[in-house]
Design a protein around this ligand. Structure first.
Ligand SMILES: Nc1ncnc2c1ncn2[C@@H]1O[C@H](COP(=O)(O)OP(=O)(O)OP(=O)(O)O)[C@@H](O)[C@H]1O
Ligand SMILES: [Mg+2]
Length: 694
């Protein structure tokens, strides 16, 4: 029997079966490590040393190696610390991949930041590099191990990245169009000469990445008025006012998925607080690159003490002592400033045996701040925070009393996966979930945003309907439509796809797999169909968990007797899940769904669905028969335009010489006549039926 190994999704290290954390990088191994092949949007990075080949010619092989090994290690280190993975080393070139096997939702930005980091390091070392990043869809072999020379991503995106790299000016980072579109909010770009690439008809559009313009994991806010959050902002404002009036502390956690508007509502609250002479101090946790486990708290203390990252450690400690002294007196400064220095990572030497001591010093500082001025401490993105920071927040929230302090934490729902008991047992705590915007508010936001592009017509409705109440998605869709980057909305912008893909990747592997299977059945699916498609033994509990996470919902009625019916809560999740399937597995899975429908439904009622599933399964012959049957039924039910289009679908599947074509053509002709008459003569005869209720 083969020994069982678990491949780390972060670094590719193989670990013994049953390991909970990676032996090499410490990443948790229980998170989804999807297996098999998938289609994914990835960002590919190529780095090449300029002039290395000619230099290597003159060197001894041992010297070449002595030079290359540390270089590889450094590049690998930068890629991995940004969430990427090395696919291969070819001579002196390195190819890295971001967005697989795990998608974080901001993979293109991570790739560009990693490119900057590698480039900057090389400059310091006196090395010259060419770097390029390109983003696009690829076929990913999720269980390949690149360490053993197995190829892990394949697609045009890789070739184009290589071409961009060879066209990149020395010392520059050149990116392709999808990378540019997906990251331009966070990175400044200059247009570059399009790149002529072998085997490509059109030149490849390219941009030079200049520098980051937003913090890591931060999103510059679009300047449109707030819509549809009166109730939530009202509740937050009232909490703040009570904190001030009663001179008490309180903690609120605002929950919601990426882009729903947590940062935005916190910003609005901060403005209210500032207008009422309160003090707002903000700290954020980042997905990578944090300077210390208490980084978010550290940022706040540094703001209070006016410490800059450019200050030397001695200066920084002096400023800290002075700040604590002026807030809490010199005795307190002597006792607490050294502990705070440890929390901030300003003191690498002192070992403090007892964490309580550190937390007590933090508490003294916070209390003396709030005692002077009512204070709101804002913690953004605590789902990325280290457990130690969460402990500190809970300690502050439970121990600080009788001073006007409002702690506001913002979190995506996955926080509760890591910390199911978050906030539990605190004396003054509120959880505020942000729901999707209502249809009206979505529409209002879309209209506002499209107006910026001189284009507020009917497209606002399309944007609002597609975005499912997520303001970020509304912004992205409006921008794409405004700039004509996608034709209509046939394609989902890569940025939205990436954010949703990241939500899928955060699921345990079994749940993710079931969700992908379900996407093949359709927006509505049945438990029995899933049982037909996979050997998941614990289907009920997996479905229960997906329901609790609000990916799917159980429906009260079922079209299939005795079989529980479910629906995807969001169409976007369905579409993205389905989009991960490579063509080959799509075919086998659609065939399984078709078999399930044949076995469990009256075929007479399922012709259309059967036709569609058999078609996707590659069984054109069967599919055509079902579609023709469905067309006949639709025609009998006076859904004549629908019948016409179903006949059209059927005919497309039949070979030129198939005798069935003739009879279908005749039926089509009769129907076309009937439709013509319906439209021109029978107006007013009854409600129009476009058949879409099928
Ligand atoms: N109610 C609203 N009205 C208008 N614009 C909004 C609203 N809510 C959010 N937005 C805008 O939508 C975008 C996404 O919102 P925001 O950055 O606050 O999301 P978030 O929940 O903090 O996401 P993340 O988890 O990624 O940090 C921002 O540009 C924000 O200004
Ligand atoms: Mg945010």
């Amino acid at each position: 029997m083969l020994p069982l190994v678990l491949t780390c999704p972060r670094c590719g290290q193989e670990n013994p079966d049953g390991a909970k954390f990676c032996n090499a990088c410490g990443a948790p191994l229980s998170a989804a490590s999807p297996a098999g092949e998938e289609r994914r949007v990835v960002s590919v990075l190529f780095v090449d040393l300029v002039g290395f080949t000619s230099r290597a010619e003159k060197l001894d092989p041992e010297d070449v190696r002595a030079f290359l090994v540390p270089y590889y290690e450094r590049v690998r280190g930068e890629l991995e610390s940004h969430g990427g993975r090395v696919e291969k080393f070819v001579g002196d070139a390195v190819m890295g991949v971001f967005g697989a096997p795990i998608t974080y939702g901001d993979d293109a930005e991570r790739a560009v930041r990693a490119a900057f980091a590698v480039r900057d390091w090389a400059e310091d070392e006196g090395l010259q590099l060419r770097v390029a990043v390109n983003t696009g869809e690829a076929l990913v072999a999720l269980d390949a191990s690149p360490e053993h020379g197995e190829t892990f991503v394949a697609g045009d995106v890789v070739n184009t990245a290589a071409r961009l790299q060879s066209a990149s000016p020395v010392g520059a980072v050149l990116v392709g169009e999808e990378t540019y579109i997906g990251t331009r909010g966070a990175i400044e770009y200059r247009p570059a000469q399009p790149v002529l690439a072998k085997g490509k008809e059109a030149p490849v559009q390219a941009w030079l990445a200049v520098r980051p313009i937003a913090g890591i994991g931060e999103r510059p806010s679009a300047a449109v008025a707030l819509v549809g959050r009166d109730r939530e902002l009202g509740a937050l404002t009232r909490t703040w006012e009570r904190v001030v009036e009663e001179s008490r502390s309180h903690m609120v956690t605002v929950f919601g998925p990426a882009g729903i508007g947590k940062s935005r509502i916190a910003l609005e609250l901060a403005q209210v607080v500032a207008a009422q002479d309160g003090r707002v101090i903000r700290g954020r946790s980042t997905p990578y690159g944090a300077s210390s486990p208490y980084s978010a708290f550290g940022q706040q203390v540094k703001q209070v003490a006016r410490i800059f990252d450019s200050d030397g450690a001695d200066d920084a400690r002096a400023k800290l002592t002075e700040a604590v002294g002026s807030l809490a007196g010199s005795a307190a400064a002597e006792e607490h400033a050294p502990n705070l220095a440890v929390l901030l990572g300003l003191d690498a030497e002192t070992e403090i045996a007892d964490r309580e001591q550190l937390f007590f010093s933090a508490r003294v500082l916070v209390e003396s701040l709030a005692l002077r001025t009512p204070t709101m401490l804002l913690y953004e993105d605590i789902h990325w925070a280290d457990g130690s920071l969460l402990d500190l927040l809970e300690t502050l929230a439970s121990r600080v009393r009788d001073v006007p302090l409002l702690i506001v934490a913002l979190a995506r729902p996955e926080l509760l996966g890591e910390r199911p008991g978050w906030g539990g047992g605190l004396p003054a705590y509120t959880a505020l979930p942000l729901e999707p915007l209502s249809a009206d508010s979505s529409r209002e936001l879309a209209v506002q945003l499209l107006a910026q592009h001189d284009d507020g017509d009917g497209r606002a409705a399309t944007v609002a309907d597609t975005a499912e109440g997520n303001p970020l998605f509304i912004e992205e869709l409006a921008r794409c439509i405004g700039e004509q980057e996608v034709k209509g909305l046939a394609e989902l912008p890569t940025s939205i796809r990436a954010i949703i893909a990241a939500r899928l990747d955060a699921l345990p592997a079994a749940e993710r797999a079931v969700l992908v299977d379900a996407s093949v059945v359709g927006r509505v699916f049945w438990r029995g169909a899933l049982a037909e498609m996979s050997s998941q033994d614990d289907l009920s509990s997996v479905l229960g968990s997906l329901e609790a996470r609000e990916f799917v919902q159980r429906e009260a009625v079922s079209r299939i007797q005795g079989d529980q019916q479910f629906a995807f809560k969001h169409g976007l999740i369905h579409d993205v899940a389905y989009g991960t399937l490579p063509r080959a597995s799509r075919r086998t899975k659609h065939a399984a769904v078709a078999r399930f429908l044949e076995a469990s439904t009256d075929v007479g009622q399922s012709h259309e669905a059967l036709g569609q599933h058999w078609r996707e399964a590659g069984e054109n012959d069967r599919a055509a028969d079902h579609l023709a049957e469905a067309a006949q039924q639709a025609g009998r039910g006076w859904a004549k335009p629908r019948a016409l289009s179903l006949y059209g679908e059927a005919i497309e599947l039949l070979p030129e010489d198939d005798p069935r074509r003739r009879s279908i053509r005749m039926q089509q002709a009769v129907l076309a006549q009937a439709v013509f008459h319906m439209q021109h003569e029978d107006v007013g005869r009854g409600p129009a039926d476009d058949g879409s209720s099928a």
